[in-house]
Structure formats: C-alpha cells, structure tokens
Design a protein around this ligand. Structure first.
Ligand code: PMP
Length: 405
C-alpha cells in the first residue's frame, strides 16, 4: 500500500478542524495521539450493539464481548512480536503498568542495599513508583547520567551496573527529547549482572515496530492513547513465569480462583492482575488502533523520519533557536528553546496560529535539572503530519523569534 498522507489524514476526523480560525496543526502527539475513525466507530459499535460484561456470562452478548476482549489481547501480542498473549495485562496505561510492577515485584524482590538503576531522562511515571518502592524496601535509586546530546551515557551505565543492581528501568524512547535508547543492548548489559529489566515503551510503540523477544526485557509498558487508541487503556507485558509468581496488585472479581472466608486463591496472569470489570471498549478500540497502525508501520516510520529531518533543518535555520536533544537516533520529537523567549510564550503564540505543541518540563523535571534548563518547547510528530505542517511551524516560529528579539 502506498503511503498517501493526504488520504490517511481523512481517516482522522479531528485533523479537519480549525483552531482560532486556522487549520489545526497538531504537533502534540507525544502527549496523546489522535484517533482514526475506525477506532471511534469501534467504540460506538461496541456500545450500540455489543455492550455486555465479559467472562462468565452465558448469554450471547457476554460471549461476544469476552471474545472481542480476548481477541484484543491477541492483537496486542502480535503488535509486540509475541507468540502468546498470556503476559499481556490490560491496565489503564503505562503509569499503572509501572506502578503495578513497582508495587508487586518491588514488594517481593527489593531488599535494603539493593539498587534500582534509572536514567536521568525518565518520565516521572518511571521515577516516582521506584522512589516509593526504594523508600519502602531500603533499596537505593541510582541514576545514569545523560550526555549533553541527550543520550544515556552508556559508559556510566556500564560502570553503575553491579550485582547490587536488582532492577533497571528505562524509557525505550525519551518523551522530552525523542532519543531512542539502545534498549536491546541496555537490557543485555543489565541481564549480565542478573538484573530484572522494565522498559517504558510509552513513546516507542507509536513510532516503530517493537519486538519484545529481540529486546529481551522482563516487563514492557505502553499506553493506548499514544498509539492511536482510546484513553484509559494500556498494556503491561511481563514474562508469564514472573507474573505468575507475583502477588496480585488489586483484589476483587475475575482475578480469583476460589474465594472462601477461610482463604482465597488467585488466578494466573493475565487475569491475576485484572481485578474488576476491565475497560472492555478501550481494549477493543486499542486493538483496532494497533491493527490500523500495524498495516502502515514501516511507511509511517520512514515518513516520520522525513518530517524529523525537514523540521530539524528548518528550525536550526532560525536565529537564536537551540535544539535540546540531538541524539543521532531519534523519533520525530523536537525540543527547543528560543533565545529570550519563555517556552510557554512560544506555545501560546503558536496556538494562536493553530499549532498545538507542548511546553514545560514534560514530566521530566530531573532531566530538565540535569540539562540546566527549566523546560522546553516540544513539537512531536505522528505519521499523519505533513511537510506542509513543518513549514507552518517554521514560519510561525520565525515570526515569534522576531517578536522576541
Ligand atoms: N512514560 C513516558 C515516556 C511517557 O511519555 C508517558 C506519558 N507522557 C508516560 C510514561 C505515562 O503515560 P500515561 O500518562 O499514559 O500513563
């Protein structure tokens, strides 16, 4: 299938709207992506024709809903390059997935003196749960520095790994800078010292093909809303043998094998971690989104890299504009600063031109501190963005730069 971005944009109704009288230029995809009509329709169809609670129902609607829900798990497994879906746990999003691991794995595996190795570019969602787990267990959080270009300092990473390292948790892709971390290599090094590895895949899943067997990690988390699916649904993948040995995260219906006032036994993964009625519509919508994306993934990545190259060149030509994060391996995320201009002002002025970007610390306060800046302006692209939108961004920024000079 040829990659026709104009035709593809027709699949995303919101891209046709205007903002402040201008056509919407949506460059805040790292915060959340837009949804194709097939996803919106899948949610409507489910609620108009298919709504029923899953599991244990003997009536047709419940059977259909259960089948659709479990089929979604199969799609997720395929999306992650897995042969079996049992390790795919539906959660609210990456945040809940990481919290689940920090709570259940952390409680059972971390001891005083252990080390949790994080990188300086982590999102707060991959920092705070570990800080809390460390406080509770007496373990210590150790941080791998980031180079001025915005890459994880691999020399320091190697040095900081030791037999004390019980867990390594890092982002596959930095949401603030776009850096793609060498996840397979980092995992291999962590495994060599016997550490368990969690990868926060929130920003990777929407940009390129993720093959978990090739990565070799133990846990991988991502959010549906950043991968063209609905909000409120996401996935934590864990090795089934690790998941089965963990205590449950929450307790209630569906996750039990047998309940008795004398004692309760729990099911294996994934149900073990899916207490209560799940987000059935969300899971169905997510599967449709992933299927939509998978058929376009390779072309999408090539197109995004073109957008990244064009935007980088255009922005660097603007006097006083400085890029923050210049790793050679990046997804189409561009963080920048303009001399004399506060990022929030840049964001507000771009908004007046219909251009949506994000400004501030991007939930990476430690990274901003590490880089010695309060925040950045960040334009983040998806496969439905165009070279024309890159042009609009550059023209608008040039105008803003003159206002700020
Ligand atoms: N990790 C990264 C790298 C992210 O970019 C985000 C969202 N900005 C999260 C975790 C948290 O994702 P969510 O809010 O969907 O749980």
């Amino acid at each position: 299938m040829a990659f026709d971005v104009a035709a593809l944009r027709q699949d995303f109704p919101i891209l046709g709207r205007s903002v402040h009288g201008r056509p919407l230029t949506y460059l805040d995809n790292a915060a959340t992506s837009q949804k194709p009509q097939v996803v919106i329709q899948a949610l409507t169809d489910y609620y108009t024709q298919g709504n029923a609670n899953v599991h244990r129902g003997v009536h047709l609607l419940s059977e259909e809903a259960t089948q659709a829900f479990e089929r979604s798990r199969e799609v997720v497994a395929r999306f992650l390059g897995l042969k079996e879906s049992r390790g795919c746990v539906f959660v609210r999003g990456a945040t809940e997935g990481i919290n689940l691991v920090a709570e259940t794995w952390g409680r059972t595996h971390l001891r005083a003196g252990d080390e949790i190795l994080l990188t300086a570019l982590e999102h707060h969602a991959n920092i705070v749960p570990w800080q809390v787990a460390a406080e509770r267990s007496g373990a210590k959080v150790v941080v791998v520095p980031v180079t001025p270009r915005g890459e994880v300092d691999l020399e320091a990473y190697r040095r900081l790994l030791s037999p004390r390292t019980k867990l390594v948790a890092f982002a596959h892709v930095s949401n603030a800078l776009g850096t793609v971390n060498p996840a397979a290599e980092m995992t291999r090094l962590a495994k060599a010292v016997g550490a368990t590895v969690l990868i926060d895949g929130c920003q990777a899943a929407a940009h390129f093909r993720v093959e978990l067997p090739a990565l070799g990690c133990d846990f991988y988390a991502f959010s549906g809303h950043k991968t063209f699916g609905p909000t409120g649904i996401g996935v934590l993948w864990g090795r089934p043998e690790i998941l089965d040995a963990l205590p449950p995260y929450q307790f209630g219906g569906d996750m039990i094998r047998k309940v008795d006032f004398d004692g309760t036994t729990f099911r294996e993964a994934p149900e073990r971690f899916e207490a209560g009625t799940p987000d059935i519509a969300g899971a169905i919508g997510l599967a449709v989104a992933l299927e939509y994306f998978m058929t376009r993934q390779a072309d999408a990545h090539a197109h995004e890299q073109k957008l990244l190259a064009a935007a980088t060149e255009r922005l660097l030509a603007i006097k006083g504009l400085r890029l923050v994060g210049e790793a050679p391996e990046k997804v189409a995320v561009i963080s920048f600063l303009i001399e004399g201009g506060h990022p929030h002002d840049i964001g507000t002025l771009l908004d007046a031109d219909g251009i949506a970007i994000r400004t501030g610390h991007h939930c990476c306060m430690p990274l901003m501190k590490h880089l010695g800046i309060p925040g950045t302006a960040r334009a983040s692209f998806a496969f439905y963005n165009t070279l024309e939108e890159v042009d609009r961004l550059a023209v608008s920024l040039e105008k803003i730069r003159k206002m700020m000079a």
